[in-house]
Design a binder for this molecule. Structure first.
Ligand SMILES: Cc1ncc(COP(=O)(O)O)c(C=O)c1O
Length: 483
């Protein structure tokens, strides 16, 4: 008998797989006798024990009958044994791509065209936005809470809406620091803002529905909206946030996504007048607003601004919070504060998707918040981020003062440096040259729907100590002068 083994894993497993494929593909017929183990071992140049082990495995799984060692016969397993068409050889560049649903095709295309994130991770100075800030006190408090939560873990499925203890803590936090009055019934725990976008698209959008995005905006939200087949309309952003006169007045817009506390990525803070105009527009057009409050906690020259949600009298705002910036992104926990009319549907969608977020992490987080370690971390993080931002800005002025204009609103974990003397193509050259010198830079252009008039860089500063930020800005200045 001739069989080709696939070379993966132990020999007996390769032989088992080869024989199964031959049986299922109809190359070995039902009721036929398999070769004696000694014969097959000789034919395939295997040890007899290997063949014995494969036959025993096939017998255990019901593919063959009889006594291993004294005649084994292929079992009759019905329709599965119909001869299979010969599979087409996969394309040389990799496996052939299977056809997908319309949505699936859109997702695959988004994956192919994704913005390469964290591509400079290995470089000496990496100004990647969104890197978590290291805090040893937080790390040890988190380890303690996690161990405690694991020891007392509930093992049944969690409440799909999220642990009540965590929802209570979030409500307390929101009332104290974000001006939002919410009850635990209004809160849904999700695995990060990304899942919140996904649930919103699933529940609120049909293909072809219109969605408003700020331009520029966070690419993760745009990708979800594109995957759902929505028509995307970009609205300009200026120093007061989204330009409300750009909001569509004709036709039906279902959703508008905004970052009022700290526009991503431009850094603008939405003025009160714009907030009121946006809410009035949503009420009159029947549109839902998603407030993505990803880093509204971190303001350095004043107290954090109250969230847009705190002004929402008509119940049009879905408030999205995430622990990715205030703690760290690998946690994958966030939450939505829902208007009452959307509560059941969102909890249902979360339940349908994954039956709820992991209970141990939720319990540990609730305890971290209840014990005050979370707020201690927020205070320490804000202090340290403020100092790093000041260092970055001073070094940027010193080394590249004449070449950049800074878009900064004294908030968040990044600043935008607009390159006043470079063209878009030269900015690409700058990124490449900086990379050769060990500096990871990230252009702002991929965050726009409509190409920006001038190039800019997104400078994430959370993860780098002062000396590194100074060195990074020195290299940036040198590269700018070279170009
Ligand atoms: C503006 C903005 N919104 C949302 C997110 C996503 O957050 P999460 O990690 O909770 O999915 C990010 C992540 O970087 C972000 O920058």
């Amino acid at each position: 008998m001739y069989l080709e083994l696939d070379g993966q894993g132990p020999r007996y497993a390769q032989l088992t797989r080869g024989l199964k494929q031959a049986i299922l593909g109809g190359r070995i017929n039902a009721h036929s006798r398999l070769p004696a183990t000694r014969v097959l071992a000789r034919d395939l140049d295997l040890s007899r024990n290997t063949v014995l082990a494969a036959y025993e495995q096939l017998a255990a799984e019901g593919f063959i009958e009889g006594r291993v060692g004294s005649g084994c016969y292929v079992a009759a397993i019905g329709a599965m044994q119909a001869p299979q068409p010969v599979a087409k050889a996969p394309a040389r560049s990799g496996a052939a791509r299977a056809p997908l649903s319309r949505r699936g095709e859109r997702i695959r295309e988004l994956w192919d065209r994704r913005i390469p994130g964290r591509e400079h991770i290995g470089l000496r100075y990496n100004l990647q936005y969104g890197m978590p800030m290291t805090n040893p006190q937080l790390a040890s408090a988190w380890r303690r809470e996690l161990a405690h939560a694991a020891a007392h873990a509930q093992t049944d499925y969690p409440d799909p809406q999220g642990l009540l203890a965590l929802r209570r803590q979030i409500c307390d936090y929101l009332a104290r620091r974000r001006g939002i009055l919410a009850a635990p019934e209004d809160v849904l725990i999700v695995s990060g803002a990304q899942q919140a976008f996904t649930l919103a698209a699933e529940l609120l959008l049909d293909e072809g529905d219109r969605v408003v995005l700020e331009d520029p905006h966070y690419q993760g939200e745009r990708q979800i909206m594109q995957a759902s087949g929505a028509e995307i309309v970009g609205c300009r952003v200026d120093e007061n946030g989204i330009v409300t006169t750009d909001l569509p007045t004709q036709g039906r817009t279902k959703l508008a996504l905004v970052t009022p506390s700290h526009q991503f990525p431009s850094g603008a803070v939405m003025s009160l007048a714009r907030r009121m105009e946006l809410l009035a527009w949503a009420a009159s057009s029947g549109c839902w607003i998603i407030e993505d409050d990803y880093d509204g906690e971190f303001r350095y020259d004043a107290r954090p601004l109250a969230a847009l949600k705190s002004l929402d009298r008509d119940g049009r705002v879905l408030y999205f919070g995430t622990f990715s910036k205030v703690l760290f992104p690998s946690l994958r926990l966030g939450y939505i504060v829902l208007p009452p009319g959307l509560r059941d549907a969102f909890i249902g969608a979360k339940w349908l998707t994954d039956r709820g977020c992991p209970a141990i992490e939720q319990a540990a987080l609730a305890k971290l918040m209840a014990d005050g370690a979370f707020e201690r971390h927020l205070r320490a993080a804000a202090k340290s981020l403020k100092a790093r931002r000041a260092t970055l800005l001073a070094a940027l002025r010193k080394h590249a003062g004449g070449e950049v204009e800074v878009g900064d609103s004294s908030a968040g974990m990044h600043v935008v440096a607009w390159l006043t003397r470079l063209k878009l193509a030269q900015a690409r050259q700058l990124v490449a040259r900086a990379k050769e010198r060990g500096l990871g830079l990230y252009p702002i252009s991929p965050y726009f729907l409509k190409a920006p008039a001038r190039p800019g860089l997104l400078l994430g500063f959370a993860d780098l100590p002062a000396a590194d930020l100074q060195a990074a800005m020195r290299i940036l200045g040198e590269c700018l002068r070279e170009i």
